[in-house]
Design a protein. Structure first.
Length: 267
């Protein structure tokens, strides 16, 4: 699946590898007034190249270093653009590590390339995007806030209201702090790098935060009843499924429950 659409002056490119008629995982990248936000999946490099030839972005920001956002850094370099990223993503993008097979299958293999450290504001002809540090999903995560337009580009911070899994490297307490901080901003449209544009942005983020807090309470209550970790996981989120298997444990329900319980205890 590869679709290009536009709303409120922002071009949204939605892409996702399909298998047996099913889209595996949708990823979005955006272009707003010559600024590319995210660079899409390497699997779609050739199609993205055609879109960028047509839209001619002049600068780029990647919200973090993961391959479905930054794996086409080489394509931008070829277009004469050195994407802006968090300082800690620069070396990662210059020599990306070998990623697990399931990620290469879904998104493609990330290429190496040059990026540059982002400042506090990214300016285009019409807009000023404030750069907001937003750790949680990853330590190098950034969001872009265009106050005048009421836009917030949230990278992988939202993705969905409900969470069932956690990546080993995700930090749940930081994610909650960041959600709280961003929900307090004055904006309307949330541009999610997997869902695309969503309205009532602050409400959307608050609902996710409340969902995590409710899960924490439930996990804690089950632990107090004396249930084991596998039993708490099963009751709260259902059985572990193929995701844990194909990710070799990098992405699992158990990891989420461990994080919920640890954080619950520290409060
Ligand atoms: Zn990510």
């Amino acid at each position: 699946m590869f679709q290009v659409s536009a709303s409120q002056g922002v071009t949204c490119i939605k892409m996702g590898r399909t298998m047996l008629g099913r889209t595996l995982r949708t990823t979005c990248s955006f272009i707003a007034d010559g600024l590319a936000v995210e660079g899409g999946s390497p699997y779609f490099k050739a199609k993205l190249d055609a879109v960028y030839q047509e839209h001619q972005p002049r600068q780029a920001v990647f919200t973090h270093g993961h391959e479905d956002h930054a794996g086409n850094v080489d394509l931008f370099n070829k277009l004469g653009i050195t994407p802006h990223v968090h300082q800690s993503a620069i070396n990662y993008l210059a020599s990306p590590p070998v990623i697990p097979y399931y990620r290469r299958f879904v998104w493609g293999t990330p290429a190496a390339g040059q990026s540059q450290i982002i400042g506090e504001v990214i300016e285009t002809e019409k807009h000023a995007f404030q750069v907001i540090a937003s750790p949680g999903h990853s330590e190098d995560h950034l969001c872009l806030y265009e106050e005048k337009e009421g836009w917030l580009f949230t990278g992988d911070l939202y993705v969905g209201e409900r969470i069932f899994y956690l990546y080993k490297n995700e930090n749940l307490p930081r994610m909650k702090e960041t959600l709280k901080k961003l929900a307090a901003l004055d904006f309307s449209t949330l541009f999610c790098s997997h869902r695309g544009p969503l309205q009532k942005g602050p409400e959307v983020l608050t609902r996710k935060l409340l969902h995590i807090e409710a899960l924490e309470e439930k996990a804690r209550a089950l632990q107090l009843k004396g249930l084991s970790l596998p039993d708490i996981t099963r009751q709260l989120l259902g059985k572990e499924d193929y995701m844990r298997f194909i990710s070799k444990g990098e992405f699992s329900k158990t990891a989420l429950v461990v994080a919920l319980l640890n954080h619950g205890q520290k409060r």
